[in-house]
Design a protein around this ligand. Structure first.
Ligand SMILES: C[S@@+](CC[C@H](N)C(=O)[O-])C[C@H]1O[C@@H](n2cnc3c(N)ncnc32)[C@H](O)[C@@H]1O
Length: 248
């Protein structure tokens, strides 16, 4: 089963790179299990997520860009962590930060989250670019994005979208117990500050996904997080997707 080539990052020559990938594919004996996108190229893999109809339908419904198409494997990892959170029986879900809410929206569809009023999804972002902060601008940052994302979750009453700066906003609104957490802040300082505030609230067995952990462009996060976790007796597992995984 093949997945179409999607976006790759940090290329000098996009066309040259993609024709090289195509040439590599041409030389594979059994053209099965190929995934090319998000700086990953694999073949001969089961790619279980492609067989997960509910995930694929939700991804197709909510993905709006080639980059969002290409991060399917990452989304699958997040969905797995969230599914594990439901199994734990208590605790809420957190995403710092949600940007357009695409990943969290897919999680909500996948878990029929609105049918679980005992659980709450806490989503945070600045939504607009603040040049005084170290985070970089995203293409759809704007004054309108917060309202747009709130509307995107209007049929999930147990999801709260909050505009604010991490970690300060976590003092205002955040859960006491966490069954799943996704950190994707693209810079070390707020991410470590979020860990300082929230990691102790994660219940035993809860999954934490660090979206940027394995990416060289965000190496500062790994360098800050490795000693943070080592002090607490944990070691982050770097996944081939570029994410980091911790099980509390
Ligand atoms: C890569 S995007 C998140 C993508 C999202 N997790 C997803 O899967 O669709 C990173 C986001 O972090 C947000 N961000 C960076 N620093 C922040 C901070 N200190 N507080 C709140 N949001 C922050 C940015 O506004 C940006 O939208």
């Amino acid at each position: 089963m093949n997945h179409l080539p999607g976006a790759f990052f940090c290329l000098e020559n996009n066309e040259g790179f993609l024709s090289g990938i195509q040439q590599a594919i041409n030389n594979i004996a059994h053209k099965e299990g190929i995934y090319a996108g998000d700086n990953l190229f694999t073949y001969g893999r089961n790619l279980s997520f492609l067989e997960d109809t509910k995930l694929m339908e939700s991804h197709a419904k909510h993905s709006q860009t080639q980059i969002e198409d290409s991060i399917l494997w990452r989304i699958y990892v997040v969905v797995w962590g969230a599914l594990n959170g439901m199994r734990l029986g208590e605790g809420d879900f957190v995403e710092c930060a949600c940007y357009k809410g695409m990943t969290a929206r897919i999680v909500c569809d996948y878990l029929d989250f609105s049918q679980h009023p005992d659980r709450h999804y806490y989503l945070y972002d600045l939504f607009d670019h603040d040049p005084s902060l170290p985070h970089h601008a995203m293409p759809e940052h704007s004054k309108q994005l917060y309202a747009w994302v709130k509307d995107r979750f209007s049929d999930v009453p147990n999801a709260t979208v909050t505009q604010g700066k991490v970690p300060e906003i976590l003092e205002v609104v955040s859960p006491k117990k966490i069954a799943f957490m996704h950190l994707d802040l693209n810079n070390a300082e707020p991410e470590v500050a979020a860990l300082d505030m929230l990691f102790d609230r994660m219940v035993p067995g809860a999954v934490l996904i660090l979206d940027d952990y394995g990416w060289i462009g965000y190496r500062g996060q790994k360098l800050a997080e490795d000693p943070w976790f080592a002090q607490r007796g944990y070691r982050v597992l770097e996944l081939p997707t570029g994410q980091g995984l911790i099980i509390k």
